[in-house]
Design a protein around this ligand. Sequence first.
Ligand code: SF4
Length: 188
Amino acid sequence: MATESLSRLRELALGCGFTYTGELWTDTIRVRPEVRDTCATGKCNSYGKNWSCPPACGSLEECEQRIRRYRGGLILQTSGALEDSLDYEGMTQISANHAKYMRAFQETLMALYPAPETDALPPYLLLGAGACKNCEQCSYPDSPCCFPNRMFVSMEAMGMVVSDVCTANNLPYYYGPNTLTYVGCVLL
Ligand code: SF4
């Protein structure tokens, strides 16, 4: 993608509310089985319960193939301050903000890059943080995903260590004591 287009996309992302953005190059991304192993422990209570999470989101190999179809894109961060390390209300608020900005950016992308009518390469891959929460109750496994074009797969579900992706692309992940940062990305 041309640098000029990436700059414009960055402006649009910041306009959606993200705190920080940075260029992301696909060749810096490593997918790691350890991340999937952590998913499988059920730590976040979404493994095997959501179409966006393992195992439904595909094998690690399939996820890597999807990633490698794109050259690069943007890292999207929502960062905020907490009163202290037990400020759960603050954490929930930052998480809700990130989800809101991701949805707004998804709308922007959908307007900019209409979905292909054929099986051609989807124009972008938008990855979020945590399991998809578009529906009050995910339809997995009883019926197909209700909104496949709007489903959010997380960077972790794709096997990425989020902090490593940021570091490899020269964007901070940690913004100091009592801050919290949620991360998503888009590949084009
Ligand atoms: S869009 Fe709904 S059904 Fe599809 S993965 Fe997200 S929560 Fe589940």
